[in-house]
Design a binder for this molecule. Structure first.
Ligand code: GRF
Length: 219
C-alpha cells in the first residue's frame, strides 16, 4: 500500500496504555497509513501518558473531575481533539462513557477496542463473565464507536481459546496479546479507507482471504 497522506490519529487512554503503545509502535513504520498526533488521558496519573511523553508525543491530561458534567468534559475533550488536528480518534482503554453529542461529532471517525467478541459481553469484567458463562472461545473486537456502549460497526475481531484453569487474569493476558496484534492492523485498514459502512455494518473493501478456524477444544 503506498501511503501519500497519513491520517492524523489521536489516542484516548485512561490507564496503562498497552494498546496505545502497540498503535504508536506500528505507526513508526513509514508505510503505516496513520500517524499518532496526540495521546489524551482523562486520568492525569495514567502510566500510558508518561510513556507517551517519554516518546516525545504530544500528550494532554484532561481530568474529568475538573468538570461539572459529562457534557462539559466532552466539550473540552472535543476542543482538545480539534486542537490536535486529529482526523480519527482511537480509544484504547478509555474508561469514560461519552455523550451522544461527542460521539456524533466523530461519526465514523472514532474507534474502540473491547476485550470480548462483541456483541457478547459488553461492558466491564468481560473475562470473569466469559469464564462464568463457560465460554470456550473469547477474544477482542475493534469497532466504530456509537452512542450506546460497546456498539457500532465491527471492524475486526480476534479469537482466543478459554483454557481449563483460566482465571480472569490469565484470560485477560491471552486476550491482551491478541489486542496488541489486532488493533494496529485494524487502524491501518480503517485509516486507509478500506471499509464501506452500509446500514451500520462495516464491509472490508479488499478481497476476503479465508482465515483459519479456531476450535476449542481442538478437534
Ligand atoms: C484493554 O483490555 C482494552 O480492550 C480495554 O481496556 C484494556 C486497556 O488496556 N478497553 P491498556 O490500557 O490498553 O493496556
Amino acid at each position: 500500500m503506498t501511503v501519500t497522506t497519513r491520517k492524523r490519529v489521536a489516542i484516548l487512554i485512561s490507564g496503562r496504555g498497552s494498546n496505545m503503545m502497540a498503535l504508536v509502535e506500528a505507526a513508526c513504520m513509514p508505510s503505516y497509513p496513520a500517524e499518532i498526533v496526540a495521546v489524551i488521558s482523562n486520568r492525569p496519573q495514567a502510566a500510558g501518558l508518561t510513556w507517551a511523553r517519554d516518546q516525545g508525543l504530544k500528550t494532554v491530561s484532561l481530568d474529568h473531575r475538573d468538570y461539572a458534567s459529562r457534557e462539559s468534559f466532552d466539550e473540552a475533550l472535543h476542543q482538545k481533539l480539534i486542537g490536535t488536528g486529529a482526523q480519527l480518534v482511537a480509544c484504547a482503554g478509555f474508561m469514560r462513557l461519552m455523550s451522544p453529542k461527542l460521539v456524533d461529532r466523530w461519526h465514523n471517525a472514532m474507534i474502540n477496542i473491547h476485550p470480548s467478541l462483541l456483541p457478547s459481553f459488553k461492558g466491564l469484567d468481560t473475562h470473569k463473565r466469559a469464564l462464568t458463562a463457560g465460554a470456550r472461545i473469547t477474544g477482542c473486537t475493534v469497532h466504530i464507536v456509537r452512542p450506546k456502549m460497546d456498539e457500532g460497526p465491527i471492524l475486526g475481531q480476534a479469537a482466543v481459546p478459554v483454557l481449563d484453569g483460566d482465571t480472569p487474569e490469565l484470560l485477560a493476558e491471552r486476550v491482551l496479546a491478541a489486542e496488541h496484534r489486532l488493533y494496529p492492523q485494524i487502524l491501518s485498514l480503517f485509516a486507509a479507507n478500506q471499509y464501506n459502512i452500509d446500514q451500520d455494518v462495516a464491509h472490508l473493501k479488499a478481497e476476503y482471504i479465508e482465515g483459519s478456524t479456531l476450535f476449542s477444544p481442538e478437534l
